[in-house]
Design a protein around this ligand. Structure first.
Ligand code: HEC
Length: 122
């Protein structure tokens, strides 16, 4: 009985550091793997296609028809305001060349929310 408990304790002493090292090693990989669902929605030409007009960190060959989408959380603390711009920018600016992604059914409400989540990381 005593011996068994000792064996378990020894195992725990070994397993602790082994697990810690494994988690440390996996950490950077785990942090890099997930791509937010909003990123492909924003970058895909058949979906948001935002890069055609906006510079967004992490996107290739952006256009400059619209302003760069950076520092989004600070500039748009109200996420409903940001979602509304993506839904239909012609409400704010009737002359805007930005497609009304929600009104024209290019993106669903859910997809627009994902794009907002993604933009909040830029
Ligand atoms: C055809 C070009 C075009 C596309 C595509 C486009 N936009 Fe825009 N966007 C603009 C322009 C131009 C403006 C400047 C404001 C205006 O026209 O009313 C703008 C403004 C914005 C703004 C306000 C930025 C600010 O700093 O005031 C946001 C946010 C935005 N766009 C998000 C998006 C997102 C997200 C997508 C993709 C889902 C997208 N846009 C796709 C042209 C575009």
């Amino acid at each position: 009985m005593r011996r068994e408990r000792k064996a378990t304790q020894r195992w725990a002493i070994l397993a602790g550091p082994v697990l810690a090292v494994a988690l440390l090693a996996a950490g950077p990989a785990l942090a890099q793997t997930p791509v937010m669902p909003g990123q492909p929605l924003a970058f895909d030409r058949a979906k948001g296609n935002c890069l055609t007009c906006h510079d967004i960190k992490g996107g290739d060959a952006p256009g400059n028809v619209g302003p760069p989408l950076n520092d989004m959380k600070n500039r748009f603390p109200d996420r409903n305001e940001l979602a509304a711009i993506i839904y239909d920018e012609t409400k704010r600016n009737p002359q805007s060349v930005m497609p009304p992604f929600g009104r024209n059914l290019i993106l669903t409400h859910e997809e627009i929310e994902s794009v907002v989540d993604f933009l909040y990381t830029r």
